[in-house]
Ligand binder design. Structure first.
Ligand code: GDP
Ligand code: IMO
Ligand code: MG
Length: 430
């Protein structure tokens, strides 16, 4: 049985939380394999709405084991408060495991994230400020703290003192000053050790064993393919790989295991933070999408930039991910627009581009080539249960993008909740 990876085909916030929660009904295990508290995944029902940052979204199903695997970075204070908030709201959750090999976002990573962004001025990435870049940089520089360090805090003084020296020098170079000394950091590590030790495990073993026993495993992608540091709009990207290949390194999944891919595609485009966005709309249509789609960042509360659906960019990410099935989300948000456009190509310096460009400066100057569609006025709601319930114009929009991308929209989401979904075939986990 192949495992399933859910991956966002644009710049994130396509509704992965909703889709993973929906699919988790049939899952035994949901794994986060990259990223950290920069992600914000919303799950809503009639009774509740919860914004997951580090805990896998499927965990509201009590039969699900949630795994935060080695490729993730753990912000312990945030994770502890996320777990507390779940329990204060009365949610009984499944079992949670945290990889002993995941790296820890230290308080100075958050501080350095802010200092670096300020130092870059007009060239800032517009990060979430969660210390993600500095933490992954330390992992690559081999000076990071890992979750297994929490099992041995008594032996960490020397390592902490070295980190303080290094990071103080770096903060000073960025015109800042470190906010915490070695003793303060050691206190924090002790506090995290007592709160998180019960969850720590060799999670690659757990994941491989689950698959060996024929269990259903979902890998919950974070962010979106165009934020991938290799394949996205570098340098306006995040710091962990998003493409399905990262599941293997980010969770320790053995290379014989097969993965099937469910792409998540919002029916229009949004982006948070800096970076090129050729189909961005700074007009009343952009306003419609932002207001009707409630496009406000789940993690930072920043307003998301909105634009027409960029199918040229999406065809590129479909190629990278190999997605044959997609969950098309937020189709309801397009109701009320008389005309719709989708980008089917770009021109650059007057010439049509053959492939999606790697360079951010080309993307900044690129002009979308649009195809226009009739819109629809009808609202899509609980009554929209099958393709035949869709207005004709909406069905044409869906079938055009399926053809253009070479995918099948197995799920079409027309509202926040699980029940606001057209399900076209149930065999997602196989
Ligand atoms: P994620 O990061 O991909 O999990 O997405 P976010 O949770 O950051 O943002 C998606 C937002 O859209 C959340 O507020 C969801 O509750 C909401 N949402 C998801 N699917 C739909 C949908 O089909 N229609 C509408 N109107 N909202 C949706
Ligand atoms: P989910 O999982 C949207 C963006 C940030 C910024 C860039 C780098 O909810 O889809 P970082 O803090 O990662 O160093 O910021 O990446 N970004 C996201 N945008 N949704 C996300 O996650 C994002 N995670 C990171 O806005 O532009
Ligand atoms: Mg989000």
């Amino acid at each position: 049985m192949p495992a399933l990876v859910v991956v966002d085909l644009q710049w994130g916030d396509g509704g992965k939380g909703k889709i993973v929660d929906l699919l988790s009904e049939n899952a035994d295990c949901v794994v986060r394999f990259h990223g950290g508290a920069n992600a914000g995944h919303t799950v809503e029902s009639a009774r509740m709405a919860f914004k997951f940052h580090q805990v896998p979204s499927g965990i509201l199903h009590r039969h699900v084991t949630g795994v935060i695997a080695n490729g993730s970075v753990i912000d312990p204070d945030e994770l502890i408060s996320e777990l507390k908030s779940l329990s204060e709201k009365g949610y009984k959750i499944g079992k949670l495991l945290i990889s002993d090999r995941a790296h820890i976002v230290m308080p100075y990573h958050r501080q350095l994230d802010r200092l670096e962004e300020a130092f870059k001025g007009g060239k800032a990435v517009g990060t979430t400020g969660r210390g993600i870049g500095p933490c992954y940089a330390d992992k690559a520089s081999r000076i990071g703290f890992r979750v297994d360090d929490l099992l041995d805090v008594g032996n960490l003084r020397e390592k902490v003192e070295l980190a303080v020296k290094l990071k103080s020098a770096y903060a000073a170079a960025l015109s800042g000053q470190l906010e915490m000394d070695a003793n303060g950091l050691l206190d924090k590590l002790r506090e995290w050790s007592s709160a998180l030790s019960p969850y720590i495990a060799d999670t690659s073993h757990v994941v491989n064993d689950m698959l060996y026993r024929g269990k259903n495993v979902i890998f919950e992608g974070a962010h979106g393919m165009l934020l991938d540091p290799d394949h996205g709009n570098y340098p306006y990207v995040t710091s962990s790989n998003i493409s399905p290949g990262a599941v293997y390194s980010g969770s320790g999944l053995n290379s014989n295991a097969r993965l099937s891919v469910m792409g998540v595609l919002k029916a229009y485009s949004t982006r948070v933070g800096g970076g090129p966005f050729p189909t961005e709309l700074n007009d009343e249509v952009g306003e419609h999408l932002a207001l009707k789609g409630m496009e406000v960042g789940t993690t930072t509360g920043r307003r998301r930039r909105c634009g027409w659906l960029d199918l040229f960019a999406t065809r590129y990410t479909v190629g990278l991910t190999g997605a044959k099935n997609i969950a098309l989300t937020k189709l309801d948000v397009l109701s009320g627009l008389r005309k719709l456009k989708v980008a089917v190509g770009y021109t650059y310096e007057g010439k049509r581009l053959k492939s999606y460009p790697s360079s951010a400066s080309v993307l900044y100057a690129a002009k979308p080539v649009y195809r226009e569609f009739n819109g629809w006025m009808e609202q899509l709601d609980e009554g929209t249960k099958s393709m035949t319930d869709l207005p004709k114009a909406a069905a044409s929009y869906v079938s055009f993008l399926e053809q253009f991308l070479g995918v099948k929209a197995k799920l079409i989401s027309v509202g926040h909740r699980r029940e606001n979904t057209i399900v076209r075939g149930k065999q997602f986990l196989g």
